[in-house]
Design a protein around this ligand. Structure first.
Ligand code: PEP
Length: 255
């Protein structure tokens, strides 16, 4: 199984999102029906989910959200719950993207509760982890990965691991145009796998790489052992480029 997940961040209006989703459907539906071992999902901003669901309904392309609140409902002005997302047909929710850790100060304890909510409402969490440039430069990459994984997964019961995907996204590679090297990715993914196994998670948990993935580097990144998918930000907003990344995943799935 290979995964390609698009994170549209705070881009697109509902009508733009609808058109982008339609272009992906036109570009990919036939191939994805032929190659079901490649799963593709897009995560638009909350207000665009309904439009995207209309564009993608009945196609092999799935959709998800970029975040959710840890409570099911309540007086949390401006927040969106997992229950709402599930009713909108979301199958995935990003949990702990570095931009949310940074700008919304999300803690591991809070992320653990979000992750549980996602699973409770039948969706799959994509837990994002990764070190900053300072942390890498000071040799803390492995320690940060282990701390982030145990900080979230160690706080939830094993039942909440269901359907988990992990995305290793070095913060310094996100949106910079500079992806991690294959050696850096392989090394970090080995740490992620080791840490997951040590915590008792099954060896099938998919580990994705994210950080400046584009049409030109996707195939080689997807060829790295342990990398079973990519989380794509900037390049996921360009329909043709995103389709090219998915085709790279299809080729790799056949290797
Ligand atoms: C992301 O936002 O998760 C991401 C990987 O962004 P980009 O592809 O732009 O680096």
């Amino acid at each position: 199984m290979r995964w390609v997940v698009g994170n549209w961040k705070m881009h697109t209006t509902p009508s733009e999102a609808y058109r982008l989703a339609l272009r992906l459907r036109e570009g990919l539906a036939e191939e994805l029906e032929r190659y079901p071992q490649v799963r593709v999902a897009v995560c638009p901003p909350f207000p665009n989910l309904e439009a995207v669901s209309r564009a993608l309904q009945g196609s092999p392309i799935l959709w998800g959200a970029q975040n959710c609140h840890e409570e099911v409902e309540g007086a949390y002005t401006g927040e969106v719950s997992a229950r709402m997302l599930a009713e909108l047909g979301c199958q995935f929710v990003l949990v702990g993207h570095s931009e949310r850790r940074r700008y919304a100060c999300e803690s591991d304890a809070q992320l653990a509760r979000k992750l549980q909510r996602v699973v409770e409402f039948g969706m799959r969490p994509v837990l994002c982890i990764g070190e900053t440039l300072e942390e890498r430069r000071s040799g803390q990459t492995a320690a940060v990965i282990e701390r982030q994984l145990s900080g979230v997964l160690g706080r939830v019961p094993a039942t909440a691991w269901a359907g988990l995907l992990v995305a290793y996204e070095p913060v310094w590679a996100i949106g910079t145009g500079v992806a991690a090297t294959p050696e850096q990715i392989a090394e970090a993914h080995a740490v992620v796998r080791h840490s997951l196994l040590q915590q008792g998670l099954p060896p099938e948990v998919p580990i994705l790489y994210g950080g400046s993935v584009h049409a030109g580097n996707a195939e080689s990144i997807l060829g790295i052992p342990e990398v079973v998918g990519v989380l794509v930000g900037t390049a996921s907003l360009r329909a043709e480029e995103f389709c090219a990344i998915v085709r790279a995943a299809i080729r790799q799935a056949w290797c």
